[in-house]
Write a protein that binds this ligand. Structure first.
Ligand code: ZN
Length: 70
């Protein structure tokens, strides 16, 4: 079998650079999960989440706390 580790969703973590001035899509190896990675574009440091979001177009934004209120 030929195993190619190129674009494997399970082997890489894709996230958006937290730097508002950058906002680029950064892909880092899953081995960096829970560790600190650096944006290759702006050299911003950010933490790689342990668990990545499920592959889907829906962008969920979990907001802790109670919502509502006029
Ligand atoms: Zn960046």
């Amino acid at each position: 079998m030929t195993v190619t580790e190129s674009n494997s969703a399970s082997h890489s973590v894709t996230m958006i650079c937290p730097n508002l001035n950058c906002g680029r899509t950064v892909t880092t190896p899953s081995s960096n999960r829970g560790r600190t990675a650096r944006c290759p574009y702006c050299n911003a440091l950010f933490r790689v989440p342990q668990e990545s979001s499920h592959t889907g177009d829906g962008h969920r934004s979990p907001v802790p706390g109670k919502g509502g209120g006029a």
